[in-house]
Ligand binder design. Structure first.
Ligand SMILES: [Zn+2]
Length: 310
C-alpha cells in the first residue's frame, strides 16, 4: 500500500461526521386529525435511511432530560404539575393531550437537543430530528410545546461551563416567544426570531425580532437573513448557535402565509450553516414546526435542513 493511500484512509477515518440524534419514542399519539404531524420524525429518519445519507452522520440516541435539567429553564411549580400530569392554568394551553407518553416524549426531545448541542461543541455541528419547542416558557405550556428544549439545552451547557454565550437563530414561521421570555434581558443568550408578524403567538421581545408581512417570499426573506445572521454572530460572538429550522415558512403550510419555497428554505439553511462555519461557531439544529398540506413536504424540508449539514 502506498503511503498516500494510507493517508487517504486515515483522513477518511478522522473526518468528523455531524451528530444526528433520534429516537422512535419522539412519536406522540395526538389523536386523529391533530394538525401537528408527530409522525414526521420517524418519516424523516426513514427518508434519510432510504437515501443512504444517514450513514454520513454520527447517529446518537438521546436520554431523557432529568427533572434537575428541566428546572434550569422552567419553574418548579410548572415542572411538578407537568410531571404529575396535572391540568392547571400553567399546563392547560398546550393544545396537546396531557399524558405520560407525551410528557415522556418532551423530556426525551429535550435530552435530544442537549445531546445535539454537546455533539455540536465536539464536532462543529449536529442535529436533533425533533425538538424546537420554542413556545414553552418558564411556567407555561402553549402552542404544542410543553418543554422549551432550546432553553434547557443552553442552561445545561452553561451550568456545565461548556459554554458562556449562546445564540438562538429561530427561523420557524412563528415567533420563538417562549425562548424570548425565558432569556429576556439575559446578556449571555441572544435570541433572534424571524417570523410572520400577523400570526400566533402574541409577541414577546427577543434580542432581535424581524416580523415579516404575509406573502413575503424568498427574495425578501433571504435578504433579511443575509444581513441579520452575520451581524448577530459578529457582534455577539456566541460559543454555540441553536438553529431552529422550522419548516412552516413553506408556501403550502396550513398555519402560515410567508410563501417561501423549498429552494428558499434550503438557501436559508445553507446561509445559517455557512455563516457559523466561517466563524467556527458550533451549530445545533432542531426541527421546530411544519404543517404543510402534504406531510411529505414537511418531511422533505426537514430532511433538507439535516442534509445541508453534510
Ligand atoms: Zn411554527
Amino acid at each position: 500500500m502506498y503511503r498516500s493511500d494510507l493517508d487517504r484512509i486515515l483522513a477518511r477515518a478522522f473526518v468528523k461526521k455531524p451528530g444526528l440524534v433520534y429516537s422512535e419514542d419522539y412519536f406522540m399519539d395526538l389523536g386523529l386529525g391533530h394538525v401537528f404531524p408527530a409522525e414526521k420524525y420517524s418519516m424523516a429518519f426513514q427518508v434519510l435511511k432510504k437515501k443512504g445519507s444517514v450513514n454520513s452522520f454520527h447517529l446518537l440516541a438521546p436520554e431523557s432530560a432529568t427533572r434537575e435539567m428541566l428546572l434550569l429553564a422552567h419553574s418548579a411549580p410548572y415542572v411538578d404539575a407537568l410531571l404529575a400530569l396535572e391540568l392547571t392554568p400553567m399546563t392547560q394551553y398546550s393544545e396537546l393531550p396531557l399524558n405520560k407518553v407525551i410528557v415522556d416524549a418532551f423530556c426525551l426531545a429535550a435530552g435530544g437537543t442537549i445531546l445535539a448541542a454537546r455533539e455540536a461543541l465536539k464536532e462543529g455541528s449536529a442535529a436533533n430530528i425533533g425538538g424546537g419547542f420554542h413556545h414553552a416558557s418558564a411556567d407555561r405550556a402553549e402552542g404544542f410545546c410543553y418543554l422549551n428544549d432550546l432553553a434547557i439545552a443552553i442552561r445545561v451547557l452553561q451550568q456545565e461551563k461548556k459554554i458562556k454565550k449562546a445564540a438562538v437563530i429561530d427561523c420557524d414561521l412563528h415567533q420563538g416567544n417562549g425562548t424570548a421570555k425565558i432569556f429576556f434581558q439575559d446578556p449571555t443568550v441572544y435570541t433572534f426570531s424571524i417570523h410572520q408578524e400577523d400570526n400566533y403567538p402574541p409577541k414577546e421581545e427577543s434580542s432581535w425580532d424581524i416580523g415579516l408581512p404575509d406573502f413575503t417570499g424568498d427574495e425578501e426573506y433571504l435578504q433579511h437573513l443575509a444581513l441579520a445572521v452575520p451581524k448577530i454572530l459578529d457582534s455577539f460572538n456566541p460559543d454555540l448557535v441553536l438553529y431552529q429550522a422550522g419548516a412552516d415558512p413553506y408556501m403550502d403550510d396550513r398555519l402560515g402565509q410567508l410563501s417561501i419555497t423549498k429552494e428558499g428554505l434550503q438557501k436559508r439553511d445553507r446561509l445559517v450553516y455557512a455563516e457559523c462555519r466561517k466563524r467556527k461557531i458550533p451549530v445545533a439544529v432542531t426541527l421546530g414546526g411544519g404543517y404543510a398540506e402534504q406531510v411529505h413536504d414537511t418531511v422533505d424540508i426537514h430532511c433538507n435542513s439535516l442534509e445541508a449539514l453534510l
